[in-house]
Ligand binder design. Structure first.
Ligand code: HEM
Ligand SMILES: *[C@@H]1O[C@H](CO)[C@@H](O)[C@H](O)[C@H]1NC(C)=O
Ligand SMILES: *[C@@H]1O[C@H](CO)[C@@H](O)[C@H](O)[C@H]1NC(C)=O
Ligand SMILES: *[C@@H]1O[C@H](CO)[C@@H](O)[C@H](O)[C@H]1NC(C)=O
Ligand SMILES: *[C@@H]1O[C@H](CO)[C@@H](O)[C@H](O)[C@H]1NC(C)=O
Length: 320
């Protein structure tokens, strides 16, 4: 629609950052859109305190797999296994909340607001609920993709056992920097992790029944009281112990005490450059400012804009 006027798309390693996103894209076409998302989210978060973690992780998974195009929301079909049904989907949830918001928006302004934008706004508003004001700006104007492949999730999402080089490469492949990696890992200041995703660090780190020496031994003992063993897929622990319901910079102070839950968290201490960034981000206002900027870059990964893609009527299926 506005392609001519906003051609400032820049591409890095084959990933194009959509320069076409703007503030308040729906100002004329659906003026209440952002308010509707925010009101709905406030209602849902007060009933489900873990929703902020679910939605920000959903946004991250959406953006890293085929760009922020709402593909994470698509259901599998008779002939296709969708991203949702890939192993890394473990514990993704909040789909019902997105559907609820979408229904309200369709009733108000049919065919206008994309599912991809709903995720981006909902994630921001959910995390912001504790502050009673938006914590970062979300640009809008994304359109929805119609492809969702389980194998793409495997290929594009970083794994919790990734080392520093692997994490850096994963983020670089999305046009994100080492700085973005350290800042966005701060998303782990809220939410939970399942034991099987880190318990090798407790029970069999090098295959000799040993513990990860880079993990704080007191914290490791605590985690061992929770996790039943290497294949405990049901027990959840807080990622940011004692503060996993609050969006704050504690993640970084905990990390510096070697209490990062995943190897991918601990990996941020393994180079001087990344460790320096961790140290800077302990300062809460620094973290909040940087987080907003990195979320803006993450939220622009591979977006469909203009006349690309579609505005889905229902977020879990492509338009027929
Ligand atoms: C740097 C690479 C990353 C890796 C390897 C990673 C890995 C993981 C893993 C394995 C879990 C646990 C899932 C479970 O057990 O249910 C998790 C949870 C989570 N991740 Fe990440 N993540 C990364 C980056 C991010 C980013 C960029 C964000 C958002 C900005 C994010 C936000 C979250 C949140 C909020 C949770 C908690 C979800 C819940 O409570 O259900 N992560 N992550
Ligand atoms: C996640 O994927 C698995 C298959 O790998 C599937 O059995 C499960 O239902 C999926 N979970 C969700 C929440 O979609
Ligand atoms: C620990 O790892 C080694 C090497 O991979 C494996 O042979 C052993 O069975 C593992 N131990 C347990 C308890 O799973
Ligand atoms: C959480 O708080 C309790 C009580 O203040 C403390 O004993 C414990 O060490 C804390 N947990 C971690 C992992 O820091
Ligand atoms: C997906 O969207 C494109 C346009 O963006 C369209 O050409 C294609 O036919 C669509 N495919 C399906 C299965 O809807």
């Amino acid at each position: 629609m506005y392609r001519g006027a906003y051609l400032a798309v820049f591409c890095f390693l084959g990933v194009c950052q959509g320069g076409n996103l703007r503030r308040n894209f729906y100002k004329n076409s659906c003026p209440q859109a952002e308010q509707i998302v925010s009101t709905k989210i406030q209602q849902h978060v007060s009933a489900r305190p873990n929703l902020p973690a679910k939605l920000i992780r959903m946004h991250f998974h959406d953006c890293f797999v085929r760009g922020c195009d709402g593909s994470v929301l698509l259901d599998s079909t008779a002939t296709n296994t969708a991203e949702k049904d890939a192993i890394p989907n473990l514990s993704l949830s909040g789909f019902d909340v997105i559907d609820d918001i979408k229904d309200t928006l369709e009733a108000k302004c049919p065919g206008i607001v994309s599912c991809a934008d709903i995720i981006a706004l909902a994630a921001r508003d959910a995390v912001s609920a504790q502050f009673n004001k938006p914590t970062w700006k979300v640009l809008t104007g994304r359109r929805d993709g119609n492809v969702s492949l389980s194998n793409d999730a495997f290929a594009n999402l970083p794994a919790p056992f990734f080392n520093f080089a692997q994490l850096k490469a994963s983020f670089a492949s999305k046009g994100l920097t080492l700085h973005d990696l350290v800042v966005l890992s701060g998303g782990h200041t809220i939410g939970i992790g399942h034991c099987n995703l880190f318990s090798n660090r407790l029970f069999n780190f090098t295959g000799k029944g040993d513990q990860d020496p880079s993990l704080n031994p007191t914290y490791a003992n605590f985690l061992k009281t929770k996790c039943q063993g290497l294949s405990d897929t049901t027990t959840e622990v807080e990622m940011d112990p004692n503060s996993s319901g609050t969006f704050d910079s504690d993640y970084y102070s905990i990390l510096l005490q070697n209490k990062g839950l995943f190897q991918s968290d601990a990996a941020l201490l393994t180079t001087k450059q990344s460790r320096n960034i961790v140290t800077e981000l302990v300062k809460q206002d620094k973290f909040f400012t940087e987080f907003g900027q990195s979320m803006k870059r993450m939220g622009a990964i591979g977006v469909l804009t203009g006349s690309d893609g579609e505005i889905r009527k229902k977020c879990s299926v492509v338009n027929s």
